[in-house]
Design a protein around this ligand. Structure first.
Ligand code: ATP
Ligand code: MG
Length: 274
């Protein structure tokens, strides 16, 4: 383990509707942060139907269920090599880790909040950033992870009225829990997709502006999905890639980037696997 202090920042991607781009953005934020030299672990908390492995063409040997079970059995967590349970993603010089859900639904149903909190606490001691992909629900697990998070990237799209109604309920609920705008970042994805709804009406309803707006580009998103390579690991010049890069820069504003020497990730990875 790198150090014993849980210093890693947690960025959680959450939404009140499905298929708004949580996983797509989580994968690309992990790739973009790793490309900047940060130590990153992407955690798929869509326990039953997670898509991170699919997006990155990964086959996990061990998973979140195995790690939760092992941590439960162990009095001294530092005895566990966390990296045995993580699946690395490597593309050229870019590298980050993933913690993937089990492929058996009965195992997914037997992962509980306390186990996940323990995993996150342990992982925070090894990584600069934990990027957490979630399901679209105010579940106990999601609420607990949001509590632990430094940033909640609340992703919305503007397509139909019910989607916007649910975005409003979710956004208001998060403020009533006590999260402020330092913590919740309202992000509009697929901004220029076809709709008759005016963005200014949505802003008025939410009583807030968007922290960041990401364009819609079906072709760029699909080709990244097909190749299993995040946009921020390959096509950095695409408008979609650039916009996600800007989002990452905003989210890391208060953090100095690792120095060039610190970002020799090949060396870092070797150290962890030894
Ligand atoms: N900005 C974008 N432009 C074009 N397509 C996008 C964009 N963002 C995401 N997509 C596409 O939208 C689809 C849904 O994205 P994704 O799987 O990330 O959603 P999700 O919120 O994780 O869904 P779920 O709630 O089911 O897990 C994917 O095909 C993805 O490639
Ligand atoms: Mg998803």
């Amino acid at each position: 383990m790198e150090n014993d202090q849980p210093n890693g920042k947690i960025i959680t991607l959450f939404s009140t509707a499905s298929a708004v781009g949580k996983t797509f953005l989580a994968v690309n934020m992990a790739a973009g942060l790793a490309a900047s030299g940060y130590k990153v672990c992407l955690i798929d908390l869509d326990l039953q139907f997670g898509d991170v492995a699919y997006y990155l063409h990964l086959k996990p040997r061990h998973n979140l269920f195995d790690l939760v079970t092992q941590l439960q059995k162990t009095a001294v967590p530092s005895d566990i090599n966390l990296f045995d349970y993580l699946t690395p993603y490597i593309h050229d010089d870019l590298q980050f880790f993933t913690l993937l859900p089990p492929d058996k639904l009965e195992q997914a149903c037997n992962i509980f909040t306390a186990g996940i909190n323990r995993c996150l606490n342990e992982l925070q001691t090894c990584f600069d950033y934990l990027i957490v992909d979630t399901t679209s629900a105010f579940s106990e697990i999601n609420l607990s992870v949001m509590d632990m998070s430094t940033i909640i990237a609340f992703i919305g799209i503007v397509d139909f009225i019910p989607t916007i109604k649910n975005m409003k309920i979710g956004y208001d609920t998060m403020h009533s829990i006590g999260y402020d705008n330092q913590k919740i970042h309202l992000i509009l994805n697929r901004s220029d997709s076809k709709t008759n709804i005016e963005l200014n009406d949505v802003r008025q309803l939410l009583k807030d502006d968007f922290y960041h707006i990401i364009p819609n580009n079906f072709q760029q998103a699909q080709s990244s999905l097909r190749s299993g390579i995040p946009l921020l690991a390959s096509d950095k010049s695409s408008d979609l890639g650039k916009s996600i890069r800007q989002l990452i820069n905003k989210c890391t504003d208060q953090r100095p980037s690792p120095t060039k020497n610190d970002s020799s990730l090949h060396g870092w990875m070797k150290h962890l696997f030894n």
